[in-house]
Write a protein of this length. Structure first.
Length: 187
């Protein structure tokens, strides 16, 4: 009975053979992952593909792959099962991939000349992990480079508060100084 219910959920129009999505015998039921997509696996594959493209410096292709991955990530894996031990490793893997995806999206957005998008991705990253020092530094640098000095100072203050909260030395104020461009230094 339950097997029929699950098959009905996976194929409500009954377009496929009964064993298209699930195979079953007297002792087990198995999902056919060759014919049935698993959202978290699709997300992890897309992030891995994007990471390879970033490493190959195929920035625009990487950015498109990252944007596709971003569309796939709707929520933390098994967020409705917080105390299920078996889900813990996959939950953490997906969370780490999500944070890496946001970091790569910020990086590729800066390279594409879209600092506003980079700031948005970094803010999303910091919303998930407020103690990510690298993300704080990148956010401040991106804001300074974009001439958003007031926002940079506010981001710098949040960075300092977060580091003090976990017992890490606060950041150096030199981070707020605009980077001198090579052509400006020659003048």
């Amino acid at each position: 009975m339950l097997l029929n219910i699950v098959r009905g959920v996976l194929d409500p129009a009954k377009v496929h053979a009964p064993d298209h999505h699930l195979s079953a015998d007297q002792s087990s039921i198995a999902l056919n992952v060759a014919t049935t997509g698993v959202d978290v696996e699709d997300f992890l594959d897309q992030v891995a593909r994007a990471r390879r493209l970033v490493e190959q410096q195929a920035v625009e292709q990487a950015r498109l792959a990252l944007l596709a991955a971003d569309q796939l990530y709707r929520a933390d894996a098994f967020e409705d099962e917080p105390y299920t031990e078996w889900a813990g490793p996959l939950h953490e893997e997906a969370r780490a991939a999500y944070l890496a995806m946001l970091r790569m999206l910020a990086h590729t957005s800066r390279l594409a000349g879209q600092p506003g998008a980079a700031v948005s991705y970094l803010l999303r990253l910091l919303e998930r992990d407020p103690y990510d020092e690298r993300a704080h530094r990148s956010l401040v640098r991106t804001l300074v480079a974009g001439g958003q000095h007031g926002e940079a100072r506010r981001a710098f203050a949040r960075y300092g508060e977060a580091m003090r909260a976990i017992g890490v030395s606060p950041p150096d104020r030199d981070l707020l100084v605009p980077v001198q461009r090579a052509d400006a230094v020659r003048r």
